[in-house]
Write a new protein. Structure first.
Length: 333
């Protein structure tokens, strides 16, 4: 079965896992650790231990030392199950992601831009029909489904829950109690496990899935440096401590600021364009004035005034003469 072009093939030893029965969901996880340490553990235990299909590095711990931000390994063949989703293992392709290894899930930091980009590339490939050309002919992923006028293997949309038959993109907590819905498959025995954390769940919805869809549509994908997370929340006003606004994120504030700068820049450009136009008009007027004989114009205007005055005086005298004639006629009558 095909291997992802977006991850380095890194098998864990002799294959012992059961075969997959379908490719229905791509599920993201967080390691609560680093790619370096997780990879070491997976290698030590082989397929008899716990593993995921993919792993993506970050900027923390040993990953930082190796410059593994966005580095990806594929540890398991897509023909076989990985142990990351319990009852969902037979139909779920799993992606583990490195984090800052905090004591509390609420302190798990957001994916880096490079992690977002790599996760999106892996998921987009997994959603593509070509990635499943070697899957069994009776699998839905091999036959494909229509999405937005495109035929895909797995719909690039968030699944609603962990109920059997769902197809799309999911996150681990959807199959963990108490978030698991009634009738949903259990994806972990650990009650209350928040994997992959609130920040990363939000990123999956607002960054990763839109980027996956963009790739599948054949549109240019944003680079890591262009990944933004505008959460729609008003940015802080000269706020340096995010505690005052717990949902505030620096990238949201920066995006909002850049949008405001763009608006001001447009107004300035419009004003400059008007100034340029006025300047051109003044230059043209000045050129016309340079060739103008002001004395001659003054004399011409004065002469025209004299002619007009004489015409008015003559007309007045003629009118008076007529009035005198009328007065004489009246006296005679």
């Amino acid at each position: 079965m095909k291997r992802s072009p977006h991850a380095e093939w890194d098998p864990l030893g002799v294959q012992t896992q059961p075969a997959m029965r379908a490719h229905n969901i791509i599920c993201v996880h967080t390691m609560v650790g680093y790619l370096t340490s997780t990879r070491t553990m997976f290698k030590q235990n082989g397929y008899s231990g716990t593993e995921s299909h993919y792993g993506v590095g970050g900027i923390w711990g040993g990953d930082k030392d190796k410059d593994w931000d966005g580095k990806a390994f594929q540890w398991q063949s897509r023909a076989y199950t990985a142990d990351a989703n319990l009852k969902g293992n037979p139909y779920i392709i799993s992606i583990e992601t490195a984090d800052n290894a905090p004591a509390k899930a609420s302190d798990i930091l957001a994916w880096t831009p490079k992690q977002v980009e790599k996760i999106a590339q892996i998921i987009a490939w997994e959603c593509s029909l070509s990635a499943h050309s070697e899957c069994p002919t009776d699998w839905t992923c091999r036959k494909g489904v229509e999405w937005n006028g495109i035929r895909v293997a797995i719909p690039p949309v968030l699944v609603a829950d962990s109920k059997p038959g769902r197809r799309g993109i999911g996150y681990h907590r959807q199959g963990i109690d108490p978030w698991r819905v009634s009738g949903g498959d259990s994806w972990s025995t650990a009650r209350g496990k928040e994997c992959p954390g609130d920040r990363r769940i939000a990123q999956l919805k607002t960054q990763v899935i839109p980027m996956v869809q963009q790739i599948l549509k054949g549109e240019d994908m944003a680079t890591a440096a262009e990944v933004w997370n505008f959460d729609g929340i008003d940015p802080p006003k000269r706020e340096t401590d995010p505690v005052a606004n717990p949902k505030w994120q620096p990238d949201s504030y920066l995006r909002h600021t850049l949008d405001a700068v763009d608006a001001v820049a447009k107004d300035v450009n419009d004003a400059l364009a008007q100034v340029e136009d006025n300047r051109d008009r003044l230059i043209d007027l000045s050129a016309r004035m340079d060739g103008l004989d002001v004395l001659a114009v003054t004399q011409a205007i004065a002469g025209a005034g004299d002619i007009a005055a004489n015409a008015v005086r003559a007309a007045g005298e003629e009118l008076l003469a007529k009035l005198d004639a009328i007065r004489v006629d009246i006296n005679r009558g």
